[in-house]
Design a protein around this ligand. Structure first.
Ligand code: FAD
Length: 331
């Protein structure tokens, strides 16, 4: 077939001219799939004023498609779906990869459903098997992994689980071809108006990128006691996270929540203070490098996946731990 779809299209999210970490993770697996399918690796950047394609080129894209329009400045599923559909028509890929970000998880099934093609979500592994795309993905809140197979379609959509794939090292100075996509958006095309965006406070609260995350649980007893979590995070130079029990109680904002209905984190070091380790929590942090749990209940489930566990009272242990870390750091 002359028009047989080949290659991979990556939907890349950009923040301040730089490709977001979850989108960087698309490039390594995208390259492997593009090579296996005998096609090229094309990245599409959707937004407004997204003309700088250096980052995508250096991460290995063979070509970059830019869909730039004022109506695409903020993410709306209507607008970005329109741009993505146009990119799919123009590139004709075998596979479309999206990050497991909030917008990626919104966009992928929306466009796949409109085209009547498969959408594999939350993939931990992706490979081609003949014409099929085979993905490994978690089920039952991460208790089991399952392999799912999508028959060749035009194309197969997939979202990747954040933190599951390593981003390739950028090749400085690598250049690539850029094509512009002219997305026409009429007044009724975007049904949602984004009236403003609130920035999460800058600095160590950027949970998904932090190398160290300290999470506090309901066992702290009250909002003010969360100062312990802030203190240990500050001593370790890490970010603060919370369980859902804590965000439901209003002790911390939802954007700090880790787990199934919060963020997925995979830091080098995770420390859980008075966190029980419910599966809905661990599904969002079990990919962490080293897991440390402090809990007074030796049967707390978090100990089952912890590399280091301390059974004891967090109010007694945290100040000692933070002081020792500060001393070791010469502070
Ligand atoms: P608890 O389970 O109450 O645990 C508190 C722990 O603190 C206990 O283990 C206790 O032994 C310990 N403790 C108490 N006092 C001390 C002390 N002085 N010193 C040391 N240890 C102490 N949860 C999430 O976290 N993230 C999610 O995204 C999420 N999504 C969910 C989605 C659904 C659909 C559902 C049903 C639930 C979800 N949950 C989520 C909730 C989850 O099931 C748990 O209820 C929650 O994670 C428990 O939070 P916790 O560990 O802070 O509280």
């Amino acid at each position: 077939m002359a028009d047989m779809a080949q290659g991979v299209l990556l939907v890349v999210e950009v923040d301040g001219g730089v490709i977001r970490p979850t989108s960087r993770e698309l490039f390594g697996v995208g390259r492997a799939l593009a090579d296996a399918s005998g096609g090229s690796l094309v990245a599409v950047m959707i937004g407004h004023n997204v003309s700088d394609t250096t980052d995508a080129a250096e991460l290995g894209a063979d070509r970059v498609v830019v869909a730039d329009a004022p109506g695409l400045a903020s993410f709306t599923v209507d607008g970005h779906a329109r741009a993505l559909e146009q990119a799919v028509e123009s590139v004709n890929p075998a596979i479309v990869l999206l990050p497991g970000s909030t917008s990626g998880r919104d966009l992928a099934p929306f466009v796949a459903m409109r085209r009547g093609v498969p959408c594999l979500v939350d993939c931990l592994r992706l490979a081609l098997d003949g014409d099929d795309v085979v993905a490994t993905r978690p089920v039952y809140q991460g208790k089991l992994l399952t392999d799912v197979r999508a028959r060749r379609a035009s194309p197969v959509f997939a979202t990747l689980r954040a933190g599951a794939f390593a981003a390739p090292e950028p090749q400085a100075g690598r250049a690539t071809e850029t094509t512009a996509l002219n997305v026409e958006l009429g007044p009724g095309d975007i049904r949602v108006a984004v009236t403003g965006t609130a920035e999460a406070p800058a600095g160590p609260t950027n949970l998904e990128q932090a190398k160290t995350v300290v999470v506090g649980g309901r066992g702290l007893g009250e909002a003010d006691k969360f100062a312990l979590v802030d203190d240990l995070a500050a001593a370790l130079g890490g970010a603060v996270g919370a369980t859902r029990a804590v965000t439901d109680l209003g002790w911390r904002p939802h954007y700090e929540q880790v787990g199934q209905t919060g963020k997925t984190v995979a830091p080098d070091l995770y420390v859980g203070l008075a966190v029980s380790g419910a599966v809905q929590h661990t599904v969002g942090m079990r990919g962490s490098g080293t897991i440390v749990a402090i809990n007074r209940d030796p049967a707390a489930p978090l100990f089952k996946i912890a590399d280091f566990g301390i059974v004891g009272d967090v109010f007694e242990l945290e100040p000692r731990l933070a002081a020792r870390i500060r001393a070791l750091r010469g502070e």
